[in-house]
Design a protein around this ligand. Sequence first.
Ligand SMILES: Cc1cc2nc3c(=O)[nH]c(=O)nc-3n(C[C@H](O)[C@H](O)[C@H](O)COP(=O)(O)OP(=O)(O)OC[C@H]3O[C@@H](n4cnc5c(N)ncnc54)[C@H](O)[C@@H]3O)c2cc1C
Length: 300
Amino acid sequence: MSVIDDLKLIATGRVTESEPMAGYTTLGVGGPADYFVEVSNEDELSALMLYISRHEIPWMVIGDGANLLVSDRGIRGIVIKLGEQFSSIEVQGRQIVAGSAARISRVADIAAKNNLSGLEGVGTVPGSVGGAIVMNAGTHRGYIDEVTDSVRVVTDTGEKKTLQRAKCGFSYRNSRFQYDKSLIITYASFKMKTGDGEAIAQHLEGVRKHRADTQPQGKSAGCFFKNPTGLSAGGLIDGAGCKGMREGGAVVSEIHGNFIMNAHNATASDLYTLAEKVKKLVKDIHGVDLEYEVRLVGEW
Ligand SMILES: Cc1cc2nc3c(=O)[nH]c(=O)nc-3n(C[C@H](O)[C@H](O)[C@H](O)COP(=O)(O)OP(=O)(O)OC[C@H]3O[C@@H](n4cnc5c(N)ncnc54)[C@H](O)[C@@H]3O)c2cc1C
């Protein structure tokens, strides 16, 4: 049997070959994944990982693609997506257990409805629970690690495990899951504080409106580069005169220099070439090495 036939026997979600990735990323770029597999529960994911490890097939998992720059050549091997079944959100007292595929903003809204505080900082950021944990997403109002109690994972050999917060290796915009590629997050448990639900909901709405009013609208992955300690990447990019720079269909936003946008049917290479030019100018002018926040994935 071929790989695709095997995969169709393992997973009950969408299983395809040569799946274009552009539709799975907020930047709207990216060539085909050799195989795309959507799993519907942890048992399917376990069986899939066992198959992958036995056949030594390269793989990666995606969330909502809000932080991904996928190459034009695409991704070799299998791209795994957790299906709708992983979008559950359960409130148990001051504990919230959410599936990896749930939108983090939805979890924050449900927390507010239940008078639970702690996800206000990350609840205005695009993306899934799984992606937010991997990226330790958030804002100066708070990051997801602050309320993460434990994380359920399936390993690359199909084992199911629970990791307590201390084992998640959180730091600024980083977590263990960025360098330990053997783990797929399936659920997360958040330890919340009691709060004033109405005030939390108003706060979330206010920040979302502020973001919509002040951040560039269109195809982006948010900030391309991490803020170097004590500095603003956007300020450095602005100071290096990069705002408005273009490469093919990619442009450095005039509104926020750290947003490199797919403005006019850009390719992944347009975006990457422009980002590298920005990086070089910032280095030449300010002597600072910018580090990518966006994850460059696929065959470059
Ligand atoms: C307009 C805009 C504004 C943004 N503003 C912010 C902001 O203010 N603060 C901030 O922190 N971020 C911001 N971002 C970036 C983005 O929202 C976050 O990084 C988000 O957490 C990514 O989640 P995702 O589900 O899209 O993950 P993806 O982009 O799909 O994946 C990110 C990484 O996580 C891995 N991954 C995803 N799911 C899993 C899983 N279940 N198990 C294991 N690994 C997994 C992927 O392999 C990849 O390495 C912004 C993005 C946009 C488009």
